[in-house]
Write a protein that binds this ligand. Sequence first.
Ligand code: ADP
Ligand code: FBP
Ligand code: MG
Length: 319
Amino acid sequence: MKKIGILTSGGDCSGMNACIRSAVRTAIRMNIEIVGFRKGYLGLMKGDCIPLDTKAVSGILHRGGTFLQSARSQEFKTPEGRQLAMDNLKALGIEGLVILGGDGSLTGALELSKMGLPVVGIPASIDNDIPFTDMALGVDTALNNILYAVDCIKDTASSHARAFVIEVMGRHSGYLASIAAIATGAEFALVPEREVDLSEICQQLRVRYEEGRDNAIIILAEGAGKAQDIADAVKDAIGFETRVTVLGHYQRGGAPTVFDRLLASRFGKKAVELLVAGQNGMMVGLSCNTVLAVPIEDVIKGEKRPQDEMLRLAEVLGI
Ligand SMILES: Nc1ncnc2c1ncn2[C@@H]1O[C@H](COP(=O)(O)OP(=O)(O)O)[C@@H](O)[C@H]1O
Ligand SMILES: O=P(O)(O)OC[C@H]1O[C@](O)(COP(=O)(O)O)[C@@H](O)[C@@H]1O
Ligand SMILES: [Mg+2]
């Protein structure tokens, strides 16, 4: 293999830059030319790429986001879009591709691999909804961002005797909500994987309130319900003054944590090594602190839910 490409796709996350840096420096060490495609699959379909060398990836390790930029593309989901990408890759002499992204991007990667292009995926999504890896890139940093925000909100919640509904990301995944609830000592974690029982929540909060605990934090995954509806229900049931805070895209940015920098560096190196070793259609993953390779096909077929143990822990410690 003489020339490979790398791209970042789907929702960005902290650690993507550190991972690109690692992949580039590994490739250069192996005397392999590497180019970066801009804006994920959009760049592939446009043939929009830049050569990457050691200097091009200097000074980015500690920066959130992705300097190659990311995007979502409907066109790439069509056979015509993917054929366009394959034609560009051929014309550019690219013999393999490293793809950083979430479950959607990995599905796209598998399609390219089926068309004959050697591809290795790197799980990168704050949702941590990708099976066969304990952690995806960016999750730890996002959790630390959430922690900081919730700790701040707890201070003002207690000063004003208010209940807060804090919405975190996760349209289909309650991972961030459940772990953040444990780590911040929130009263409730509401996740899309479990039906939300509002009357039960109000009942438990009322008991707490009557015991003299006059503030509360409810962490809501965005896919689990409407924050304002939950806040209104709590207010009506208990008379609690309530506020809603939507953390939004703040969660996805910022300097990566040590954990994410290390994971990014390990994933980037391993992905290039797998490509060069002739592997195709694999994703790197972390299991028991070991970086391994799993078929993307299995990843796509699999499902990852927040562990029942974590949901139960949040429940037991919350009230
Ligand atoms: N079934 C699919 N086939 C081909 N490409 C896909 C498929 N699903 C997603 N993609 C590509 O991956 C991109 C990112 O996926 P998305 O689900 O938005 O984010 P993420 O990869 O972070 O989960 C999509 O915009 C699309 O271009
Ligand atoms: O940035 P956008 O396009 O508004 O997307 C928001 C979504 O992206 C995420 O941050 C990450 O999801 P993906 O990794 O699947 O892209 C979700 O938690 C959130 O629902
Ligand atoms: Mg996704």
